[in-house]
Design a protein around this ligand. Structure first.
Ligand SMILES: *[C@@H]1O[C@H](CO)[C@@H](O)[C@H](O)[C@H]1NC(C)=O
Ligand SMILES: *[C@@H]1O[C@H](CO)[C@@H](O)[C@H](O)[C@H]1NC(C)=O
Ligand SMILES: *[C@@H]1O[C@H](CO)[C@@H](O)[C@H](O)[C@H]1NC(C)=O
Length: 389
């Protein structure tokens, strides 16, 4: 009776198979043995399918589900409406009048006032580079920080403890704090929206008035100095304008693309202008600065950010937070969350597969970064090693 279908039992289990399928079984074991006999009736291929391929597929979908959905994204999602790109002209020796004219704008008799408002988390170095870059043209720097991350984790008031590093903006700073609501299991975008509303109030406290310019961007989205100077001097610029920024990851060694678009500059209108970080108009000014994501000095800051930011659901496995793995990912220019590129066409997804190529250009970077290259070495090409702890 072992001749047919028995070959999948190894020598050791032969006895068991025989036992079970033999007629001697007790009543209690009967249903169990029937099942085993049925299983024995299946051929080898079905077995492989049932117990190896199917579980592997389920495991594969569990582990790589994001990759599968992102890869198929071009099928289920069409790209957003393209922006209307405004060409950007700049050279240090061209007069402002000519620069405005090149953009089809007139020049003003005096520049507009400019407010730069950010929600701060913990990016002290990037804030320092940002404020030094923008310093000559900003009327008031407005900074709000909360003791809660967007995901509801308690966080220290990092700006408050580093305030001595920002003495140079003291006379132009409006600083505010806000208590987190610490709602468990809430969508992180709710806390983020709550903090942005508070930032609107802080802007009024800072004295913003109609027709002042307001920069709305994350701390790590840094408009270049000459871009802001152009916008404050020229007339007839769009009332709301997105800024196209070069997208860097981990440092200025990894230039991902030139597609960052969320930063925007608004001509403030009381009661109408609301601080936001999504698409607000079709117009975008080309090559207007830098967006350096995950540009941290310490591995611990990477871990904090991975847990704290609005897409924290991307930390699907705890080993993603392993410091050695994070260091290795940074040096390779790979993805911290092991995700596929978020693109809308197969061509772009495939074009971006694998790590970001190294860039060896440190030309046209923020001035404060190069003037203090020793201090910010980890942000420059060829220095991917981060501080532990
Ligand atoms: C740019 O202008 C400065 C000062 O006006 C002048 O010294 C310099 O030679 C100019 N450079 C070029 C390339 O025209
Ligand atoms: C956060 O700040 C608020 C207001 O300052 C305070 O009442 C609350 O205790 C703080 N929570 C934590 C966890 O620090
Ligand atoms: C981004 O733009 C810069 C300057 O316009 C260019 O040198 C660079 O090659 C562009 N990079 C990518 C990835 O498109």
């Amino acid at each position: 009776m072992m001749q047919e279908g028995g070959y999948y039992c190894s020598k050791k289990t032969d006895d068991i198979c025989e036992d079970v399928c033999g007629q001697e079984s007790t009543r209690g074991a009967l249903s169990m043995s029937r099942l085993r006999c049925i299983l024995r009736g299946l051929d080898f291929k079905s077995y492989v399918l049932l117990f190896i391929i199917v579980p592997m597929c389920i495991l594969g979908i569990y582990i790589h589900g994001q990759k599968i959905t992102y890869f198929l994204r071009p099928i289920w999602e069409s790209p957003p409406k393209p922006f209307i790109e405004i060409p950007h002209y700049y050279h240090e020796n061209v007069s402002m009048e000519n620069l405005c004219k090149l953009h089809g704008w007139g020049i003003r008799e005096s520049p507009r006032r400019v407010f730069d408002a950010v929600l701060f988390s913990n990016e002290v170095d990037i804030l320092s580079i940002r404020w030094n870059e923008l310093y000559p043209y900003i009327t008031q720097f407005v900074l709000l920080e909360s003791n809660s991350t967007f995901t509801g984790l308690p966080k220290p008031l990092v700006f408050a403890t580093n305030r001595d590093k920002f003495k140079f903006v003291k006379s132009r700073l409006t600083y505010g704090t806000i208590g987190g609501r610490f709602k468990k299991g809430e969508n992180p975008f709710v806390e983020e929206a709550y903090q942005r509303v508070a930032l609107d109030q802080l802007l009024r406290i800072a004295g913003i008035t109609d027709d002042d310019l307001l920069i709305m961007s994350d701390v790590d989205e840094i408009p270049s100095r000459h871009t802001i100077n152009l916008l404050r001097w020229c007339d007839e610029t769009p009332a709301v304008l997105h800024l196209r920024l070069r997208n860097y990851l981990y440092s200025f060694e990894f230039l991902l693309d030139n597609k960052s678009w969320r930063a925007s500059v608004h001509r403030y209108q009381t009661g109408k202008t609301r601080y936001a970080h999504y698409r607000q108009t079709d117009y975008i000014l080309s090559d207007s600065g830098w967006h350096c994501s995950f540009c941290f000095r310490r591995i611990s800051e990477f871990i904090f950010k991975m847990k704290a930011y609005s897409h924290n659901d991307r930390v699907r496995f705890s080993h993603y937070l392993n410091p050695s793995r994070i260091q290795d990912v940074i040096c390779r220019g790979a993805d911290l969350f092991d995700m596929l590129p978020e693109e809308y066409t197969f061509k772009e997804i495939i074009g971006k597969l694998g790590p970001i190529p190294h860039s060896y250009s440190a030309v046209h970077l923020p001035g404060h970064l190069l003037q203090n290259a020793d201090k910010y070495k980890y942000l420059l090409p060829g220095n991917c090693k981060r501080e532990r702890g």
